[in-house]
Each structure stands twice: as structure tokens, then as C-alpha cells.
Unconditional design. Structure first.
Length: 204
């Protein structure tokens, strides 16, 4: 799949039904993108949830609210977030049950194009599945949350298409039922400080 224009990409995402042959109970949201392709800060979650399906807005549920709280805690204003962040998910439709590797594989061409269009200076994968996809890391979050990466020593898949200066700062999934970040607040804070420092460097 060659890299295409944003409007064509969104049409392809909205019309894709590949996973529905095997997983007929999946639900396609009306929108799983928030932000402009002019943005240089990219957040990639795992998959839309019930709130996103209901509201037709990416990251509109409790996890999205928690994510906003994290970003505002490092003095990023709602206006800055709106104007400079691009939010999407690795899997574009809502699965009914556990996320499967083939779902990620079917959507990989979309996320590849999104990255190619944005050319982000900062990429923030949310949650274990997104972290594994970008960094190739598949162990306890304690070993990876808390700092930034500009190369993958874990065998991540997408470093070949990222700009050479792109920094990756993984974050835990912001779901309110995720106990990890509540027990490891110091690691979360280190990651947020890393995000803040990269943004300060690029948005003086």
C-alpha cells in the first residue's frame, strides 16, 4: 500500500471490513481519529471502546479523560493538546473480547500511512499492545515506562518508517481499571516529565 492523502486514508479506514469475516461482532466507530495531520505529536491507543462508539469521538471515554488529566498535569493546555496532538488507535474497530494479533496486522497498513503523513517528532504508545507493536517490548511495564526511546533495542516494527529524530515515550493504558499506573505513579511521572521535556525542546 503506497502512502496516500489523508482524506483517502480515512475513506479506506471507514470502509474496511477485513476483520468482520472472522470477527463478525466487531463494531466500527464513526471516527477513531482526533486531531490534525499537521500535528507532530502522535498518541496511539489500542482500540476504541464503548464511549467512542457511542459518541463518535476518539478518546472520549473515561480513559481519554484520564489521558487528558495526565497531559494537563505537565502544564499542557487543552488548546495546545487540541492544536498539536493527533490521537488514534492501533486497531480501528472495537473488538468484542480480547484483542488479537491478526486484528493488529490487518490495521497495520493504516497506522503506517498515518505515521508517514504526520512524520511525528513524538510518538506516545498507550498500553501493552501498542507498546509491543512500536517497541517490540513484551514484558512487564516496569521495565519500559519512565523514559524516552529514539531507537528500538526490542525489535519494534515501525522504526524503519519513523523520522530519525522521532522520540517514543510509552505510557500505560489510562483505563480507570488499570491498577499498574496507580501502583507505579513514580514511573508514570517520569514518563510524563520526558514528554514535557521533548515538547519544551520542540515548542519553545
Amino acid at each position: 500500500m503506497s502512502y496516500i492523502r489523508p482524506e483517502e486514508l480515512e475513506k479506506l479506514i471507514n470502509s474496511c471490513t477485513i476483520c468482520f469475516n472472522k470477527y463478525p461482532k466487531m463494531i466500527k466507530p464513526t471516527n477513531m481519529i482526533r486531531g490534525s495531520y499537521k500535528s507532530k505529536i502522535m498518541i496511539v491507543g489500542e482500540a476504541p471502546g464503548n464511549s467512542e462508539i457511542k459518541n463518535g469521538v476518539a478518546f472520549s471515554g473515561k480513559a481519554g479523560q484520564q489521558l487528558n488529566n495526565w497531559l494537563e498535569s505537565i502544564e499542557l493546555s487543552p488548546e495546545f493538546i487540541k492544536n498539536n496532538f493527533y490521537l488514534t488507535s492501533l486497531i480501528k474497530c472495537m473488538p468484542q473480547g480480547i484483542l488479537k494479533d491478526d486484528m493488529v496486522g490487518n490495521c497495520s497498513k493504516f497506522i503506517t500511512n498515518q505515521i508517514a503523513l504526520l512524520q511525528p517528532i513524538l510518538l506516545i504508545p498507550l498500553g501493552k499492545i501498542s507498546i509491543k507493536y512500536f517497541l517490540g517490548y513484551n514484558d512487564n511495564l516496569d521495565g519500559i515506562i519512565g523514559k524516552s526511546y529514539n531507537e528500538s533495542s526490542f525489535g519494534g516494527k515501525l522504526f524503519s518508517i519513523l523520522p530519525r529524530n522521532t522520540k517514543i515515550v510509552p505510557l500505560p493504558h489510562p483505563s480507570p481499571i488499570n491498577a499498574w499506573y496507580k501502583k507505579n505513579n513514580h514511573k508514570l511521572n517520569l514518563a510524563l516529565v520526558a514528554i514535557k521535556d521533548i515538547i519544551k525542546e520542540n515548542y519553545p
